[in-house]
Write a protein that binds this ligand. Structure first.
Ligand SMILES: [Zn+2]
Length: 310
C-alpha cells in the first residue's frame, strides 16, 4: 500500500467523520429568557360539511384550492375499526395548517399563522344548489342535526390538551370558523355545544347574572348599531364602527348569535344579543369594556364589574 492510498483510505474519511460529529454535538446551552410567549394563540373549530371519506380526501390530498387542519375528528365507527370517534392528526401543531382562510380576530389577520384548527366530521344538510351573497341566507333551509355526544366528548378532550400545550389561547380565543370569517363561513353551526365546552374549560361563556344586568339596561336604552359594532370589535370580531347596518355587520351579528344565542339567529340587533355581548365583555374583556364606557358615557357599571376591577 502506498502512503497516498493509506492517506486516501483512512485519514480523509476519519477527518470527515470527526468534523461531522463535532458539528452534530455543537454544544448549545439552554438559558431560558423570561421574555417569550407561544406562537399559537387561537383555536379554531370547524365542521367539514362532508362525510368522513370525503373530508379526509379534501384535507389531505393535493388540490387546486388546498385545505387542511391539524386534527380531524370522525364520527363513531368511521375509522380505526372500533365504535368510537377517532382523532386523526393531519398536521403537527408546530406547523401551519390551511384552515382559517382570510380571517380576522382581536386585531390579528390570517389566523393560519398562529392557530390550531380542529375539523369535525359533520353534515349540515344545507342546500348546495344556491350561491347566496351571504352564507347566512341559507340558514332557514339548513337542517342542522345534533352533534353526537361521544364525538363532542372527544373534541372536548382534544381541545383541553391543546389549551394545556398553548396557554396563550385564552377563552375568547377559542373561536368558530364563522367568528373569524363570517362573510363566507357558518361552521361549526348553531348546534355546536359551546356552553358545554366552556363548562369543561374550553372557550368562553357569559354569566347569567351579567346578562340580567345588561338586558335590563338595553331594554330601557336600545343599543345603536354603532355601539354594537364597537362592542363586537372589542370582543374580537373584524367589524368597523361605521354606524350603518351593512352586510358585514349582519354577517358578524349572525356569527355571534350562532355562537352564543343559537335560537336567536337574525343578523339584527336586539336587547338579548347586546346583553350577551356585554356580559362577555364584562367577564373576559374588562379593559376593552372600560374603553367603550369612556367613548359611551351612558354605559352603566354593574356591582360585579366594580368588584372585578377592585
Ligand atoms: Zn371551517
Amino acid at each position: 500500500m502506498t502512503v497516498g492510498g493509506w492517506y486516501l483510505r483512512w485519514v480523509i474519511p476519519m477527518t470527515a467523520v470527526l468534523l461531522l460529529s463535532a458539528c452534530a454535538s455543537l454544544p448549545i446551552v439552554d438559558y431560558p429568557s423570561a421574555n417569550q410567549d407561544g406562537r399559537v394563540r387561537f383555536l379554531v373549530i370547524h365542521f367539514t360539511d362532508e362525510d368522513f371519506q370525503r373530508s379526509l380526501e379534501l384535507l389531505t390530498r393535493p388540490h387546486k384550492n388546498p385545505v387542511s387542519a391539524h386534527y380531524l375528528v370522525s364520527r363513531a365507527g368511521e375509522f380505526g375499526g372500533n365504535d368510537k370517534p377517532a382523532v386523526l392528526r393531519l398536521v403537527d401543531e408546530s406547523r401551519r395548517a390551511w384552515h382559517a382562510g382570510p380571517s380576522r380576530w382581536q386585531g390579528h389577520a390570517q389566523l393560519n399563522d398562529d392557530s390550531v384548527g380542529i375539523e369535525i366530521v359533520y353534515e349540515s344538510r344545507c342546500p348546495r344548489d344556491a350561491a347566496p351573497s351571504s352564507p347566512w341566507d341559507l340558514e332557514p333551509r339548513c337542517a342542522y342535526p345534533d352533534f353526537p355526544a361521544d364525538q363532542i366528548d372527544v373534541v372536548t378532550r382534544l381541545a383541553q390538551g391543546i389549551l394545556r400545550r398553548h396557554p396563550d389561547i385564552d377563552p375568547t380565543r377559542v373561536v368558530a370558523h364563522a367568528d373569524i370569517q363570517p362573510e363566507n363561513k357558518t361552521d361549526p353551526g348553531p348546534k355546536f355545544p359551546w356552553k358545554q365546552l366552556a363548562a369543561a374549560g374550553v372557550g368562553a361563556w357569559f354569566d347569567d347574572t351579567d346578562v340580567v344586568f345588561w338586558r335590563a339596561h338595553f331594554a330601557e336604552h336600545p343599543p345603536s348599531i354603532a355601539l354594537m359594532q364597537e362592542a363586537l370589535a372589542a370582543y374580537g370580531y373584524g367589524v368597523e364602527a361605521g354606524g350603518s347596518a351593512d352586510r358585514r355587520t349582519r354577517d358578524v351579528l349572525f356569527a355571534f348569535q350562532s355562537h352564543f344565542l343559537p335560537e336567536r339567529r337574525s343578523g339584527t340587533v336586539d336587547a338579548d344579543t347586546a346583553a350577551a355581548l356585554f356580559a362577555l365583555l364584562a367577564k373576559y374583556r374588562a379593559p376593552e369594556l372600560n374603553q367603550l364606557r369612556e367613548r359611551n358615557p351612558g354605559l352603566p357599571v354593574s356591582p360585579r364589574d366594580a368588584e372585578r376591577t377592585k
